[in-house]
Design a protein around this ligand. Structure first.
Ligand SMILES: *Cc1c(COP(=O)(O)O)cnc(C)c1O
Length: 387
């Protein structure tokens, strides 16, 4: 089976992890700060906090922004559940904004309309999570302008997007958001096995997230309520978690970051080949915003079902049966049973549902060979051929 995504591990990665294993620190040593510095420098953000997953990063980002009971978090239905669950972790309520049918990202026009209505009903969200689906950046300038107008905080869920650019700047510069979150799960662009990071330009938010990722405990006298009792002293000043990243993970991350540019460039080569080789098929190819450089975590096609004799499910099953490990990103979050139980109805977000009925993620990862890609293309041509 050719998978839809796969990590790329080389000898340098292995050596970097082994070196940590032989060192004094397996956790809370020098490599996590080095990884944070590497990512912060690369994306152009002032502060970076490494954690054990993007899910944890989203959680502490929401808490740092003050999200809590009685508040609302809005995000897109077409995302992984974590982009929405982080609101629920904080005791807030979650709602969704439909996607733009061209970019598949949260639609700024739908956001504007929903904000206007929410203002009238006095239930404006505290936080909007903008997800850069597939690595394609959201229209952050428009989202930031609305956020400013309505007093909303913005988190970029850039789990798909490290190495990508928006308006010429790396995603993570957080020019148009309060906090940006990355994931280093093995299917993502660079990996630490499990891992995530929150970056921000706001020192106060960074300080809050730093506390929250490690039990709410500080050793910094400036953050304590009294003078330290002695050199052993630490204080718990907030209720935090153990969301720390290990030194092993960070070492893998530092090593992987050296190949980030090459990884994304390779993904672009593959996408260009797909664009050419699939051009005459009854599918909608991914649309690329001209003012952006996608991280290209995913390559999503949409079936033109009117021109195909098979159903979406039949095409999907047929591809899997023929060894092509296609996937679907994502089942709209509001249709998950846990969310349906809150009262969400599928067709409230029609563009998300239309996407769901047609989308297929093709194999896309840096190690995909052209032979493998040709196989994907050939099987797809055969599968979609008129019978
Ligand atoms: C993968 C992913 C997450 C969660 O990342 P983890 O590191 O696995 O917690 C969150 N949001 C999106 C959009 C993702 O793709």
């Amino acid at each position: 089976m050719i998978p839809y995504g796969k990590q790329d591990i080389n000898q340098a990665d292995i050596d970097a992890v082994l070196e940590v294993l032989r060192s004094d620190f397996l956790t809370q040593g020098p490599v996590v700060p080095k990884f944070e510095e590497t990512v912060a420098n690369h994306v152009g953000a002032n502060h970076a906090l490494a954690v054990n997953s993007a899910t944890s990063a989203l959680h502490i980002a929401c808490l740092a922004l003050g999200l809590g009971q009685g508040d609302w978090l809005w995000t897109t239905p077409v995302t992984f559940v974590a982009s929405a669950n982080c609101g629920l972790y904080c005791g807030a309520q979650v709602d969704f904004v439909d996607i733009d049918p061209k970019t598949y990202n949260l639609c700024p026009l739908a956001l504007k309309a929903k904000l206007e209505q929410a203002k009238d009903e006095n239930r404006l969200p505290k936080v909007v999570v903008a997800v850069h689906l597939s690595g394609q950046p959201c229209d952050m300038e428009a989202i930031a302008a609305l956020a400013e107008e309505y007093g909303v905080k913005v988190i970029e869920d850039a789990s798909h997007a490290i190495g990508g650019k928006y308006q010429g700047e790396f995603i993570g510069s957080s020019r148009y958001s309060d906090i940006t979150v990355f994931s280093f799960h093995p299917v993502k662009i660079v990996t630490t096995a499990e891992g995530g990071m929150a970056v921000t330009n706001d020192a106060k938010l960074a300080e809050r997230m730093n506390l929250l990722r490690s039990h709410g405990i500080t050793r910094d006298p400036a953050l304590m309520t009294q003078k330290p009792d002695g050199p052993w002293y630490y204080q718990q000043v907030d209720l935090g978690f153990n969301y720390r990243m290990t030194e092993l993970q960070a070492a893998l991350g530092v090593s992987q970051m050296e190949r980030l540019e090459a990884f994304v460039a390779r993904r672009h080569e593959l996408a260009k080949r797909y664009d050419q080789l699939l051009a005459d098929l009854p599918v909608v190819l991914p649309w690329q915003h001209p003012d952006s450089y996608s991280g290209l975590h995913l390559y999503v096609i949409r079936l033109k079902l009117d021109s195909i004799t098979k159903s979406h499910k039949e095409v999907f099953e047929s591809l899997r049966e023929q060894g092509i490990g296609v996937n679907l990103h994502y089942i709209p979050v509001h249709t998950q049973p846990y969310y349906r139980d809150m009262g969400f109805e599928a067709e409230t977000f029609p563009h998300s549902m239309a996407y769901y009925r047609e989308a297929i993620s093709l194999p896309m990862f840096q190690g995909l060979t052209e032979d493998q890609q040709d196989e994907v293309v050939e099987v797809l041509h055969k599968t979609l051929a008129k019978e």
